[in-house]
Design a protein around this ligand. Structure first.
Ligand code: HEM
Ligand SMILES: *[C@@H]1O[C@H](CO)[C@@H](O)[C@H](O)[C@H]1NC(C)=O
Length: 331
């Protein structure tokens, strides 16, 4: 890794993202934090401004960008495939079940890309812009700053089917979710740490509604959901009311702030999604949750490390892929 010195917070780079984690099977060393130093020195400033501007209109967009990057990386790598519209030759990921009426932030990336194209035409990939925007979004939400390794290239195709198969669902078991992460070179620790992204943003009723009423045909709410939370969420999503499907519940009560409340909530059975609360079902998961609930700075550091790792999954580099001119279409 060639991330020597971050001009903003040098210690973060030296101790976290750029030296602390181990190599793994995916093209890890081909990215470089200084990749655009010569070809697009304004890049990070442009991305930061674009994210800041979007967040000043709607704070939640930070969360949406972070999730978009996750959904890009988890399906065949961080190659901006998630940003592609359907074409006559493929159905893209935008309309896959986990993304349809749910993934957000496309216009923000498109706008930043347009500014980047103006400054440095045909130079910076959409995949890199999304990775950088994610870091800025976390940082501007009060989370860690880390040096983002760059040099990704963009895919020329996308797959609705792969997105349906590979993005974890909130109704899956911890084993299944963990297996999906492991298949991408991540591990159980990354599942616990990256799920901490649910410290910001919202979930729609359809993602947790089944916990509230007749959970798994018991006629009762999910026993691992605190009764006060059942009440709160029921007031947002009334029983059987399909029209409430898209109503929003905050993923935690400080959901504009990147903090460790998420983990404290899990200890009290107050995780919103089943996939959040199941972290407590394994001994290993439970002890990590306890740890991060007690040490916010450890969460912050480990989140930066896991994000840097996630953002290198299956990247295209060198002559692979392309630099798209617009993120939604193949050139
Ligand atoms: C571990 C498996 C995961 C599952 C099952 C899961 C599932 C979900 C679901 C169902 C939502 C609500 C979507 C909606 O209602 O439209 C959501 C929101 C969100 N997820 Fe995850 N997620 C997982 C992991 C992650 C990871 C690894 C990240 C990022 C590193 C992440 C970041 C987010 C963010 C920030 C939001 C809020 C988005 C917004 O407000 O627009 N999630 N997630
Ligand atoms: C876990 O994965 C297996 C194999 O794909 C599947 O049959 C099972 O239904 C999944 N379990 C849950 C709870 O999602």
């Amino acid at each position: 890794m060639a991330c020597k010195f971050s001009f903003i917070i040098p210690l973060f780079c030296i101790f976290l993202a750029c030296s602390a984690y181990q190599p793994w099977p995916y093209a890890f060393s081909e990215l470089d934090c200084n990749f655009y130093d010569e070809t697009c020195p304004q890049l990070q400033a442009i991305v930061r401004y674009g994210v800041w501007q979007a967040m000043s209109k709607e704070t939640r967009i930070a969360a949406s960008l972070v999730r978009l990057h996750f959904h890009d990386c988890i399906v065949d790598g961080c190659d901006a495939s998630v940003l592609l519209d359907d074409t006559s030759t493929f159905k893209g990921e935008k309309n896959a079940l986990p993304n349809r009426n749910s993934a957000r932030g496309f216009e923000v990336i498109d706008r930043i890309k347009a500014d980047v194209e103006e400054a440095c035409p045909s130079t910076v990939s959409c995949a890199d812009i999304l990775a950088l925007a994610t870091m800025e979004a976390v940082y501007l939400s009060g989370g860690p700053y880390w040096s983002v390794p760059l040099g990704r290239r963009d895919s020329t195709t996308a797959s609705e089917k792969s997105a349906n198969e590979q993005i974890p669902s909130p109704f899956e078991s911890l084993e299944n979710i963990t297996a999906k992460f492991i298949s991408k070179g991540l591990e159980i620790k990354d599942v616990v740490v990256l799920s901490g992204a649910h410290t910001i943003g919202f979930a729609q009723c359809f993602a947790f509604q089944r916990r509230l009423f007749n959970f798994k045909n018991t006629g009762k709410p999910d026993p691992t959901l605190h009764s006060s939370m059942v009440q709160t969420l029921t007031s947002i999503c009334p029983n059987g009311d399909q029209s409430a499907n898209s109503k929003l519940a905050p993923l935690d009560s400080s959901n504009e702030m990147f903090d460790n409340l998420y983990y404290k909530n899990l200890l009290n059975n107050k995780g919103i999604l089943e996939s959040d609360q199941v972290l407590m079902q394994s001994t290993q998961g439970g002890s990590m949750v306890q740890y991060y609930s007690m040490y916010p700075n450890r969460f912050s550091d480990d989140f930066a490390e896991s994000m840097a790792k996630m953002s290198e999954i299956g990247v295209l580099t060198g002559q692979e892929g392309v630099i798209r001119k617009k993120c939604g279409i193949v050139n």
